[in-house]
Write a protein that binds this ligand. Structure first.
Ligand SMILES: Cc1ncc(COP(=O)(O)O)c(C=O)c1O
Length: 385
C-alpha cells in the first residue's frame, strides 16, 4: 500500500496529451507542438561556456546547500536592480529549479489542514504541492472579464481562520495575465491584514509585453516582510534543463527552507550554478532578443485568433502562453485537445488542469512558421466541426 500523501496527488493533466503526440510522431505524422512549457531557444553560448569552464576547473563538488556566495550575491543584486527589493545574500536560497523553491516553501509554511489560496488560472503543480505539504488548496475564482487578474475582494471572500498562504503568479501560466501595482497593493493590504504569507512566483517576470512587471514584495515594507519571492533562470535564459531556481524572504523562513534542503537534495548542481551566475551577470542581449521574438509571436497570435470562429482570447501581457476560450465549440478542454491532436495533429494543453475546462493553453514557444501552420490547421478543424 502506498502512502496516503501520494495517493491524494493527481497525475499531470498534460501527460496524456504529450504521450499521444509522441505516439503520432512515432507513426511519422507531422505534429505541430503548441504545448511546450519551455522556450524553444537554445541556452546562450556564454552560459554553456561558463559551465564547461566549471567542469574543466574541477568545480564539481558539493557547494553550500543554499548555493555559492557569488550566485546568491548576483540574485540579490538582480532583485534590487530589476524589482526594487533589497535582500542580503544570506536571505537567498538557490534551489533545483523554481519548482523546488515552491515545494520547499510550502513544506516549511504549512501545517496539516492549513488552507492555501490559489487564484485560478493556476499552474498545475500548485494544488498538488499544497496537498503534499498536508494543506488544503482553496481555489479563488478570477474573472475572465477582468482578464483573469486577481482582485483583493476575491481573496477577502475566500479567507477563513485556516488560511495561511496566498500563492501569486504574475505574469501567469497559463493566461499571461500580469497584475499591476494598484491591484498588488490592494492584494498585499488584505494579505498583511489577515496574516497570510505570500508566495510570489515571478518566474516569468522578464517576459512582459508593453507593461511593467511589479513584484508584490516591492509595494510596501509590510508586504516585503510577508513575501517569499521565487524566480529562476529556467524561462528567462532558456535554461529549463539546468535546474536552477531561487527564492528570497525573511530570515526565519529562509533558514527553515535551507534546513529542509540540507536533508533532501543538498545543493543544486555546482556546474549549473556557475552557468546561472554567467546568465545573471553576463550581457543580457539574449534575453532581450528572446523576449522581442516572443512579443512578435504574441502579436501574430492575437491577430490570427480573431479570424477563427468559436474561439476567443484575452490578450496575454506576459509569459509565453495564451489561454483560448473554446466554449463556443461546446467541447470540454480534454475532448477539444484530443480531437484536435488526432484529426489535425496540433498539440495544446487542456485547461482542465489549470482549473478552467472551457479553455485550452497555447504556447508560443514555437517558431512563427509552426504557429502559422498550427493555427491554419486549427482554423480548418474548427470550421469542420
Ligand atoms: C508558473 C511556473 N512556476 C514555476 C515553474 C517551474 O520552473 P523551474 O523549471 O525553474 O522549476 C514553471 C514551469 O513551467 C511555471 O510555469
Amino acid at each position: 500500500m502506498l502512502a496516503q500523501r501520494i495517493q491524494a496527488v493527481k497525475p499531470s493533466a498534460t501527460l496524456k496529451i504529450t504521450a499521444l503526440a509522441r505516439q503520432l510522431k512515432a507513426q511519422g505524422k507531422k505534429v505541430i507542438n503548441l504545448a511546450a512549457g519551455e522556450p524553444d531557444f537554445d541556452t546562450p553560448a556564454s552560459v554553456k561556456e561558463a559551465a564547461i569552464a566549471a567542469i574543466r576547473e574541477g568545480f564539481t563538488k558539493y557547494t553550500p546547500t543554499s548555493g555559492i556566495p557569488q550566485l546568491k550575491e548576483a540574485v540579490a543584486e538582480v532583485f534590487q536592480r530589476e524589482l526594487g527589493v533589497r535582500y542580503r545574500p544570506e536571505q537567498v536560497v538557490v534551489t533545483c529549479g523554481a519548482k523546488q523553491a515552491l515545494y520547499n516553501l510550502l513544506q516549511v509554511l504549512i501545517e496539516p489542514g492549513d488552507e492555501v489560496l490559489i487564484p485560478s488560472h493556476y499552474w498545475v503543480s500548485y494544488p498538488e504541492m499544497v496537498r503534499l505539504s498536508g494543506g488544503t488548496p482553496v481555489e479563488v475564482r478570477t474573472d475572465p472579464k477582468e482578464g483573469f487578474r486577481l482582485k483583493a475582494d476575491q481573496i477577502e471572500r475566500a479567507i477563513t481562520p485556516r488560511s495561511r498562504v496566498l500563492i501569486l503568479n504574475s505574469p501567469a501560466n497559463p493566461t499571461g495575465a500580469v497584475l499591476d501595482e494598484g491591484r498588488l497593493k490592494e492584494i498585499a493590504r488584505v494579505a498583511v491584514l489577515r496574516g497570510l504569507w505570500i508566495v510570489s512566483d515571478e518566474i516569468y517576470c522578464r517576459l512582459v509585453y508593453g507593461v511593467p512587471h511589479v513584484s508584490i514584495a516591492s509595494v510596501s515594507p509590510e508586504a516585503f516582510a510577508r513575501t517569499l519571492l521565487v524566480d529562476g533562470v529556467s524561462k528567462s535564459y532558456a535554461m529549463t534543463g539546468w535546474r536552477i531556481g531561487y527564492f528570497a524572504g525573511p530570515p526565519e523562513v529562509v533558514e527553515a527552507a535551507e534546513r529542509l534542503q540540507d536533508h533532501s537534495t543538498s545543493n543544486p548542481s555546482s556546474i549549473s550554478q556557475r552557468a546561472a551566475l554567467a546568465a545573471l551577470t553576463g550581457d543580457q542581449i539574449c534575453l532581450s532578443e528572446m523576449s522581442a521574438e516572443f512579443g512578435r509571436r504574441r502579436d501574430f497570435l492575437l491577430q490570427r485568433v480573431l479570424r477563427i470562429p468559436k474561439i476567443s482570447l484575452i490578450e496575454p501581457e506576459g509569459a509565453f502562453y495564451a489561454f483560448l476560450n473554446i466554449s463556443g465549440t461546446g467541447l470540454t478542454s480534454g475532448d477539444f485537445s484530443n480531437r484536435l491532436l488526432e484529426s489535425a495533429h496540433v498539440a495544446l494543453i487542456p485547461g482542465e488542469g489549470f482549473g478552467w475546462d472551457d479553455h485550452v493553453r497555447v504556447s508560443f514557444a514555437a517558431s512563427q512558421e509552426e504557429l502559422r501552420e498550427g493555427f491554419d490547421r486549427l482554423e480548418r478543424w474548427i470550421r469542420s466541426l
